[in-house]
Design a protein. Structure first.
Length: 564
């Protein structure tokens, strides 16, 4: 059984901190419900699963749900030898570690199940949350092996059939001054016109690595890190291959299996699914829309909006074109195709098709014996709309486990948060309001009490004065009230000057605040979404993966602030 988080939304952070032998705080849990960017669906999924149970296949905190999901994954017919052959060919091409190859071979065992996650093929591995997804998947597979005595294979689905080149061409890093820098590659031939996986890197990749080397602080790990990056992201390599090679360098030795979903060799395994989507055109859209309406009726959001004519496939024949149902067949981009011809093409040439976000999970779980998918909080939205689609296609829906969510900090930041019991989420604000509140709390009690006494005295005495002068001349009451307002403003200005004096006096506290803010929320964005994990591997080396694996539990509902 996976433990559920027991931290309440209003619980203080500090008492739950874990400390090392030298009494230094190494991790702090923060309830995700304290974050304004976490939607209600993700919060209830972690803390009150019963509210959302009808939209999913079972709670990952329930051992009986795991046993049922494992049984469904084992019993559903799949072409296991065929997918292992595809994986092995991809691994040979990338030079995958032996542990990853051994893990892929386990899928031939009819008892084996897959724990799957996925992400787009991004520059230098992408943001920190990509690494957190992968680590969660590896850890969860190990847990399933131990608890349920079945071979469990961690699989990372490389999504490379999108055309959004601008989304994957850059990577954020922190430089020596802890300033956010974005490293970008150029636009090789086919960028934005072809699927990301089919774009071959050019010399701009080498220039980006040079820029990365200049931006990253020099550490004892820099040379080996940059060598591995150069080996993966070399000119001529495909973007998906480069991403897969780099992630295998990082986690392949732990048995993580990388799967390039754009590989034409694997498309025949989903040919029947593609054809059935065309034969039942509009059914998926109707099911997804109805589920979205039920979610909204319960106060949640609908992540996916599908129109009645939507087909959950793209045609890759001459580009990546949406397919829409018409009265006479299908509209593929700007031309029409008869129904029978397109359906036959899907069966005979499935490499010419690609699933959209609504069908991709079903393709995944048609190909792999998936017992559980590791999802980000935003993915829960559309996954919660797909239960009926799984049922319509007769594909078993896996459990959904929320990925680990974390922020990596240094000792100074952890001391600042712990010593002052500073709310972690307050670091997100890009003004100094949170700092002012902290400084105000540090003022001598007598100063704050005197200011409050002065404010009350003004209200009392000027209020009585206004009443008295009104008896002499009623128009004077307004003048007295205006005087009170000006004096209150002056008192507020004095209060601000006291705060500024405190800032000058305690410059150390101010520096600590800005250091913590820049590390935790660069540019006002959560670190795990803004900074590439390459930045932290450069600082901490391969032990980063060990520490994250050790310090982040598999429960849901907590964001972990980790000191490495």
């Amino acid at each position: 059984m996976l433990p559920q988080s027991g931290v309440s939304a209003s619980a203080p952070v500090r008492p739950a901190a874990r400390r090392s032998d030298d009494n230094t705080t190494v991790r702090l849990p923060v309830d995700i419900r304290r974050f304004p960017w976490i939607r209600k669906l993700a919060a209830d999924y972690a803390y009150d699963y019963g509210r959302v149970a009808e939209f999913f296949a079972g709670s990952p905190a329930d051992p009986s749900a795991w046993r049922a999901a494992i049984g469904r994954a084992q019993q559903h017919p799949r072409q296991r030898d065929a997918i292992v052959a595809v994986l092995e060919a991809q691994q040979r091409r990338r030079g995958a570690p032996q542990a990853a190859r051994d893990a892929a071979a386990q899928l031939r065992d009819p008892r084996s199940v897959a724990i799957v996650t996925g992400q787009q093929a991004a520059l230098f591995g992408g943001p920190m949350f990509t690494l957190l997804k992968a680590i969660t998947t590896v850890q969860l597979a190990a847990h399933v092996r131990d608890q349920f005595d079945v071979p469990a294979v961690p699989i990372f689905w490389i999504e490379g059939e999108d055309h959004d080149w601008d989304e994957v061409k850059k990577c954020g890093v922190l430089d020596a001054e802890q300033c956010l820098r974005h490293i970008e590659i150029g636009d090789p031939p086919g960028a934005r016109q072809s699927a990301v996986a089919h774009v071959q890197l050019d010399e701009s990749a080498s220039a980006a690595i040079t820029a990365l080397e200049a931006a990253l602080p020099k550490t004892e790990f820099s040379t080996s890190l940059l060598d591995a990056i150069r080996e993966a992201y070399q000119p001529g390599a495909g973007m998906a291959d480069a991403f897969g090679r780099w992630l295998e360098t990082t986690l392949g030795s732990r048995g993580l299996v990388l799967y390039d979903a754009s590989d034409p060799a694997s498309k025949p395994l989903a040919a029947d699914l593609f054809a059935r989507e065309l034969e039942r055109a509009g059914t998926t859209a109707r099911i997804v829309t109805a589920a979205g309406e039920r979610l909204q009726a319960r106060g949640y959001h609908a992540q996916a909006i599908a129109h009645d004519d939507t087909v959950a496939l793209f045609s890759l024949n001459g580009g990546r074109n949406a397919i829409k149902r018409t009265n006479d067949g299908f509209a593929v981009g700007d031309h029409l195709e008869p129904s029978e011809r397109l359906i036959d093409q899907a069966r005979q040439h499935p490499e010419l098709f690609s699933p959209n976000v609504l069908l991709r999970p079903l393709v995944q779980d048609t190909i792999f014996p998936t017992a559980c998918y590791v999802a980000g909080p935003n993915e829960l939205g559309y996954l919660g709309q797909l239960k009926g689609v799984y049922e319509a296609f007769g594909v078993p829906m896996p459990l959904i486990q929320q990925r680990a969510t974390a922020t990596v900090v240094d000792a100074n930041t952890m001391k600042f948060l712990s010593r002052h019991e500073f709310p972690f989420e307050a670091l997100r604000a890009q003004d100094e309001s949170a700092l002012n509140e902290l400084l105000e709390s540090q003022l001598p009690v007598s100063v704050e009490a005197s200011l409050q006494d002065a404010a009350r005295a003004l209200d009392d005495h000027i209020g009585r004065l206004a009443h008295e002068v009104a008896q002499v001349d009623s128009t004077l009451e307004g003048a007295a009230r205006s005087t009170l307002t000006r004096m209150q403003d002056d008192l507020k200005k004095l209060h601000g000057k006291v705060i500024q004096a405190a800032k000058r006096k305690d410059d150390t506290l101010r520096r600590q605040y800005h250091h913590a803010r820049g590390l935790a929320f660069p540019g006002g964005h959560p670190q795990e979404r803004e900074i590439g994990f390459v930045s932290f591997l450069n600082k901490y080396g391969p032990s980063l993966v060990d520490r994250l694996s050790e310090e982040i539990p598999l429960d849901m509902g907590s964001h972990w602030v980790i000191q490495v």
